[in-house]
Design a protein around this ligand. Structure first.
Ligand SMILES: Cc1ncc(COP(=O)(O)O)c(C=O)c1O
Length: 426
């Protein structure tokens, strides 16, 4: 295939107009929307409006007049449409890490009541570290144990009778592998365990149907494929069969049944609202709403199903091009070749120079990222990660990115000292 073929694919792409919603810097190929989504054009004016009018002029009256108080649930309802949840089941609050603590704690209480002999949380060894750290902490608090396995042994382990919770990130951040949420949830339930799903790399990237999967709890990020901006608030969902059942441990006033009654005793709100804790971050929520709206804008064009088809087409071509044009350079595909088992990213392993190659690409205007491996453990290589975001990634970007990668590898420029100096954030 030639570059013109990729330009032709863009001309025939029904989603191409969605890119106009975003500020994509000229000449930049941004393949890191799986870490931080790009800025929607609507965000600056919206945030300025919140600052100047709603805060500047409306001051405290804006909690009612501008409906600030409704933002966590209003945006939650929009995200719900992207992940197969229903109205008022999902709410925006805090960070993904904090929400994970809340749902794990609630899940522990349910298991304690329903199946007190169980006390093992099973997860994937390569799950995102914050998930493992939070789970470790919850386990320590309750005298439970966290057990880490490889992806292909999870289902077998569930049947051993002691597993209380299966906690997974739906699309693995290092490999881009997408778990079968329905099948694993079924296996967990058949074995008497509950499921907690991290949708950080799924919401806005791949179709998710929490109800069809019968999942128990879910959390996810606002700043990745939802384009909510750096540090955007996260979301939390509990299946209605669990949502009102237990207090989550961070019993702040916003999760109270009557926050403005100012009573001294805590009475949790019914349903998912009890998963709120403190005052909602209004400026960040305004930005997040613009980001979520940018994903919902795909609805008339086929929504998540159409975005998924394009994402698969982009990642397929990325893989093909790397295999044909970068052959012999020691790159190994880590992401599953089968599209159904792949999220919206392509991850490549390389024994040497991964960090520097990514830096050399960034210097050429191709932004991907690098995830460190574990030299002490077999099967945990350094990873070069390239996320595609069908809302704004074009087919020609895929061609150009792989061409730049080929040039960086052919010329060996990544060996230059300037590409080998580590910054604080990789
Ligand atoms: C799977 C996953 N979970 C959680 C997080 C981060 O959570 P937090 O927003 O609390 O930093 C990330 C960040 O990249 C992630 O990839």
């Amino acid at each position: 295939m030639k570059r013109e073929d990729f330009q032709q694919l863009d001309r025939g792409d029904p989603l191409t107009a969605l890119r106009e919603q975003f500020v994509v810097p000229d000449g930049l190929i941004y393949l890191d929307g799986n870490s931080l989504g790009v800025l929607p054009r609507a965000t600056a004016a919206r945030v300025a409006g919140v600052l100047e009018r709603e805060w500047g002029q409306g001051l405290i009256g804006s909690w009612n007049a501008a409906s600030w108080i409704d933002l966590p649930q209003r945006i939650g309802n929009k995200i719900a449409r992207l992940v197969g949840a229903l109205e008022d089941e999902l709410v925006v609050a805090d960070s993904t890490s904090v929400n994970l603590y809340k749902v794990l704690s609630a899940a522990v209480q349910i298991v304690r009541e329903d199946a007190p002999a169980r006390g093992v949380v099973v997860s994937e060894r390569s799950n995102f570290p914050t998930d493992l750290y939070i789970a470790e902490s919850v386990c320590r608090q309750h005298g439970w144990r966290l057990e880490l396995l490889e992806h292909d042994t999870l289902a077998d382990r569930l049947g051993c009778g002691d597993v209380a919770l299966l906690m997974l990130t739906h699309v693995n951040y290092r490999s881009g592998r997408m778990h079968d949420m329905g099948a694993l949830t079924r296996a967990a339930h058949d074995a008497g365990a509950l499921t907690v799903w991290d949708l950080a790399h799924s919401a806005g990237a791949v179709p998710v149907d929490l109800h069809a999967a019968q999942a128990d709890f879910a959390i996810g990020c606002g700043y990745k494929y939802l384009n909510g901006g750096p540090g955007a608030p996260a979301f939390v969902w509990a299946h209605p069969r669990h949502a009102g059942r237990f207090r989550q441990p961070l019993s702040g006033w916003m999760g109270h049944a009557a926050p403005f009654a100012f009573v001294p005793d805590y009475r949790p709100a019914s349903g998912i609202a009890r998963y709120l804790c403190g005052t909602p971050p209004v400026l960040s929520l305004a930005a997040l709403e613009c980001g979520v709206d940018s994903v919902l804008a795909a609805a008339p064009l086929g929504g998540m199903a159409a975005l998924r088809s394009k994402s698969i087409a982009l990642t397929e071509r990325f893989i093909e091009l790397v295999e044909t044009r970068c052959a012999g350079h020691g790159l190994e595909l880590v992401t599953p070749r089968a599209a159904a088992a792949r999220g919206s990213q392509v991850c490549l392993a390389r024994a040497e120079g991964g960090y520097a190659i990514v830096q050399a690409l960034i210097a050429r205007g191709v932004v991907g990222d690098f995830r460190e491996g574990d030299k002490a453990r077999e099967g945990v290589p350094d990873i070069l990660r390239f996320g595609v975001t069908p809302l704004y990634t074009r087919f020609v970007d895929v061609w150009d990115a792989v061409e730049q990668l080929r040039q960086v590898l052919d010329g060996g420029e990544w060996r230059e000292a300037r590409f080998n100096q580590r910054a604080a954030v990789t």
